[in-house]
Design a protein around this ligand. Structure first.
Ligand code: SF4
Length: 155
């Protein structure tokens, strides 16, 4: 099985109540292997919700206590993001999953990039950082076409 950011599979879990379906994933003959997960929802945030950004650094800095996550109203939502990452990790361990496909640029799911102040910065989201720290192979949503088939045959 492969954990996948739920918005990539068409679930309306984004902060704006929308989704970002990825046709490569949705049309894959292996889609029954996908386990959708939205770390922000399972961390206790509502949908729709106020968008948030990592205040400094990236998700690894949040995990290690050097940074916080603040929504655009100024509310500190770090604990929800940390809870979501830990709950996602619990699912991955329960199902013995070793690969995740995560939505790029999100403060939870970003793999190589996160969005801040309308700019795209290098760095990962909180859940992807935790997955990588625990040895899970994390694939960016920008590289699905290039990596999905190879990954399926590795399983
Ligand atoms: S937290 Fe991840 S799965 Fe949930 S909406 Fe954001 S990018 Fe998609």
């Amino acid at each position: 099985m492969i954990v996948v950011s739920a918005c990539l599979l068409g679930f309306n879990c984004r902060y704006d109540g929308e989704n970002r379906p990825d046709e490569e994933l949705l049309s894959s003959t292996f889609r029954k292997l996908f386990v959708p997960i939205c770390p922000e929802q399972i961390g206790g945030l509502p949908t729709p919700r106020t968008p948030s950004e990592i205040s400094g650094g990236d998700g690894l800095d949040v995990l290690e206590g050097r940074s916080r996550i603040i929504d655009i109203s100024g509310r500190d939502v770090t604990n929800c993001f940390l809870r979501g990452a830990n709950e996602a990790m619990r699912l991955v361990e329960l199902l013995e999953i070793s690969t995740a496909i995560m939505k790029e640029k999100s403060p939870s799911c970003g793999v190589c990039h996160i969005k801040k102040n309308a700019s795209i910065l290098r760095g990962s989201g909180v859940t992807s950082a935790l997955f990588a720290k625990k040895g899970i192979r994390v694939i960016s949503s920008d590289r699905i076409k290039a990596e999905l088939e190879t990954e399926i045959y590795r399983l």
